[in-house]
Each structure stands twice: as C-alpha cells, then as structure tokens.
Design a protein around this ligand. Structure first.
Ligand SMILES: Nc1ncnc2c1ncn2[C@@H]1O[C@H](COP(=O)(O)OP(=O)(O)OP(=O)(O)O)[C@@H](O)[C@H]1O
Ligand SMILES: [Mg+2]
Length: 312
C-alpha cells in the first residue's frame, strides 16, 4: 500500500511549552486514520504542521511523497480547521465560490463543484443564506464543504463533528466513508471514541504531545481480549489453574458468588486459540461451565487505561 502521510520525529514547541514531540506515524492511501487524544494533547498542532500552517521545530514529514510545504502536495490537501469563523455577511455559496477562486478554479468549474459539495454536506437549501444566520452545525458543514471543494486526495479534518447533533454526526461519518470508498485518505482528529471506533482503520493515541499507542484498530483492541465465563464450583485451586501462564482472573461486574454458586469471571487471554484450553481447564478442575463469551475491550477502555496517570 502506498504511504500518503509519513512523519519522522516531528516536533513542535511553543516557547517552553510542548505542542507535540517525536511523532512518527504513517498513513496508507485510502485509509481513515484517527488521531485520538484529550484536550491539549497536541492533535491540532500535528495537523497544522501537516497542512503547512505551522513550522515544525524539528523532525520532518512527507505528504504524498513530498516534503511539508511542497506546493504540489498542498494542492491535493483539504483541511477543515477546528475553530473557524467565516465572513458572516457572505452566503454559503459566495464563500465557497471565493474559496474556489483561491484554488484557481475556473468560473464554470466553481459553479459545478460548489453545487456538488453543498449537496454532499446537505446545505443546498441554505446556500443562498448569509453565514451569520447559520447554526454551529451548519457552519461546520460549510467548513467541510470548503475542505472538499478541490476534490483533494488527502483530507485533514480537525474535530469535524464537534458541533453536530447525532444525525449530523452520522451524515459526516457517511461522507468520510464515501471518501474512503473513492480512494481518498482521511486524517481525522477526534476525541469521540465511538466515532473513531466506527469508521477508522488505523488509530493513534496521543497524550501530552507523545504517541502512546498506534496501529490497526482491530489489532489494538484484540491485544486485550478477555473471556467472560459463568462457572459453578470455582474454588481456589481452579482459580489458580485459570491463572496459569500469567493470565488475569477478575470478577465480572462484581457478581462473584461464593461456594457452590455460579461465579462470573473475566479471564484475560492473548489469543483466541487459548479459549478451548481454558474451557478444558474449568472442566478438569471440577468446575461446571455455564457460559463462555469472548469480550473485546472497547476503544474507550483502552483510551482510559492509556490516559490514566497523565493528561493535561
Ligand atoms: N499557539 C500556541 N501557543 C502556545 N501554546 C500552544 C499554542 N497552540 C497550542 N499550544 C499548546 O500546545 C499543546 C497542544 O495543543 P493542541 O491545540 O495541539 O491540542 P489538541 O489536542 O488539539 O487539543 P483540543 O482537543 O483541545 O483541540 C497544549 O498544551 C496547548 O496549550
Ligand atoms: Mg485541537
């Protein structure tokens, strides 16, 4: 797969304050990449460097095989900034036409493309209204329309759904998935874990300016596989047998019943292939297995774990 974004120890400091530090990431073509992190973690700093709005203090990066700031690459980048204010006296259509002219599109191209992106973001009926009358959500959609205008190969979206209601969020998720289907690469900054979990292929988590986890979403989550079991007759010996090899055994939801009652426990495993042997261990240890269910941690569990003990 072609690498579209690659960063090499990219670092930005604001005076003595760290924006982000030593960021090494790569994003392949046609993927939706989610950068997750709490407020102040450095997400916007990183994206602003990648789109050429901030100079890196050290390190380097390439977009579409070209160094940061390269004009050819910048022509193929779309960007939705997190906090934007557009000229309130313009209509949505006028603003997009103005942006089209900044992209040096010809007037016919602008007309066609503006109509198309307004339709994509669901603003065609408000196109002739002044931006000052738009709701926050409508302004965010307009920002997205502007990012889509040049039909870029790579899109950087900094919290694209922060002002949207649940329906609006779903629509924007659909737009991102449609872009992916068309082979575009999407770099999404978000602190909405469920959103990232729903649509991203690759995820990185950033904390206090540093990447603390990165990889394919499936791999990050399956590294934390657990099996929930209802067992009758779970005594100390059986518990020890389950813990063999360093496995963790913990009560699930505090429902452990003593003695002959049915205990509900969660056993941490590394691989699905451990599951049959685990069931066998229960039977061999004299326990009666009422149910066995593999449970995958949510991205939220992983996020909370990684952000514990830090944050800003
Ligand atoms: N222009 C600036 N001058 C000084 N410090 C800055 C500046 N911009 C960002 N910072 C600092 O850099 C760090 C990272 O900020 P950044 O805006 O990149 O975080 P973020 O992850 O985008 O946060 P949020 O989720 O709130 O948007 C923070 O400590 C912030 O205070
Ligand atoms: Mg930000």
């Amino acid at each position: 797969m072609t690498t579209v974004i690659r960063t090499d120890h990219l670092t930005k400091t604001y005076g003595r304050r760290t924006g982000c530090e030593g960021i090494c990431l790569s994003v392949s073509e046609g993927q939706i990449f989610g950068l997750l992190g709490p407020n102040g973690a450095g997400k916007s700093t990183l994206v602003k460097m990648l789109v050429g709005l901030l100079h890196a203090t050290s390190g380097s990066a390439e977009i579409l095989g070209r160094p940061l700031g390269n004009l050819e690459a910048r022509r193929q980048i779309g960007f939705l900034p997190e906090n934007f204010r557009y000229h309130e006296w313009l209509t949505g259509q006028e603003l997009l036409s103005f942006h089209g002219s900044l992209y040096r599109m010809d007037s016919h191209g602008i007309r066609e493309r503006v109509t198309e992106v307004l339709r994509t973001v669901g603003l065609e009926r408000a196109a002739g209204h002044r931006i000052g009358t738009y709701s926050k959500g409508m302004q965010q959609r307009l920002g997205l329309a502007s990012a889509l205008l040049p039909d870029p190969a790579v899109l950087f979206l900094d919290e694209p759904t922060s002002a949207l209601d649940p329906l609006g969020r779903r629509e924007v998720r659909e737009i991102m998935l449609e872009l992916k289907r068309r082979g575009k690469t999407v770099f999404l900054n978000s602190h909405l874990l469920s959103e990232v979990e729903m649509i991203c292929d690759q995820v990185a988590m950033i904390r206090e300016g540093r990447i603390v986890a990165a990889g394919a979403l499936d791999e990050l989550l399956s590294a934390r596989l657990e099996v929930e079991m209802e067992i009758a007759g779970l005594d100390a010996r059986l518990r020890q047998a389950l813990e063999a090899g360093g496995r963790t055994v913990a009560p699930a939801g505090g429902q452990v019943a003593a003695g002959e009652g049915v205990a509900v426990v969660r056993v941490g495993i590394r691989d699905r292939d451990e599951i049959p042997a685990l069931a066998q261990t229960v039977v061999d240890g004299g326990g009666r297995l009422y149910s066995l269910r593999p449970v995958r941690d949510s991205l939220e569990d992983l996020f909370v774990d990684l952000m514990k003990g830090g944050g800003s």
